[in-house]
Ligand binder design. Structure first.
Ligand code: IMP
Length: 184
């Protein structure tokens, strides 16, 4: 990764331009935490954090959630490079018994909606009391499966983004800001 200037980075042949700055992200994540507190303060929910992409978002979000909760971390992967493979793997690593519990699934980004649909279907089979999804980013124009949630950080156009946990081939997760692919 080459930082060209404060606004632009280059990874391989792709140029990415700063799109959401860390202050805007921090402010919106804090608002999401307050909205979740209003709805979940008496429900002792389990946050199910979908790794790897949502690890930074989740770390900030749960610290903005001033209520009793539990955290679970699961893994799955559906993406390689800048194009969806269309393959969705199943959840790995869930250890809690989620029967009759309120679940808040934490995702970094909802693109086609396939991943979140697959996880939600898997979890429904385990008998939770409810399932909500909180996602930092949503690409409404990319959706192939209907998706609605009151807990969406930012709706963004259909262009590849990285940083703040989001990667391209494992790179750039550690950037504080979110960058968008520049169409050449
Ligand atoms: P979906 O199944 O198409 O909704 O894709 C969801 C997953 O694809 C996310 O959890 C990300 O891992 C990945 N993804 C989708 N769009 C992007 C992007 O713009 N940047 C980085 N990863 C993405």
């Amino acid at each position: 990764m080459i930082r060209i200037n404060a606004q632009t980075i280059r990874i391989g042949t792709h140029t990415f331009v700063k799109y959401l700055g860390k202050d805007a992200i921090r402010g919106r994540v804090h608002e999401l935490g307050k909205e979740l507190a209003t709805d979940y303060h008496d429900k002792f929910p389990i946050f199910i954090i979908v790794l790897n992409g949502s690890f930074i978002f989740a770390a900030d979000l749960v610290r903005s959630c001033a209520f009793e909760c539990e955290l679970e971390f699961v893994k799955l992967m559906s993406y390689q490079g800048t194009e969806s493979t269309g393959k969705v793997k199943r959840i790995l690593g869930l250890v809690s018994d989620i029967k009759d519990r309120h679940i808040i699934l934490v995702e970094d980004i909802v693109d086609t909606g396939r991943t979140i649909q697959a996880i939600t279907e898997d979890l429904k089979g385990l008998g939770p009391a409810s399932i909500s999804v909180v996602t930092l980013l949503l690409k409404p124009q990319s959706l192939q499966i209907p998706f609605e949630s009151p807990y969406v950080g930012f709706e963004i156009p259909d262009a590849f983004v990285l940083g703040y946990g989001l990667d391209v081939d494992g790179k750039a997760r550690n950037l504080e800001d979110i960058y968008q692919l520049r169409m050449e």
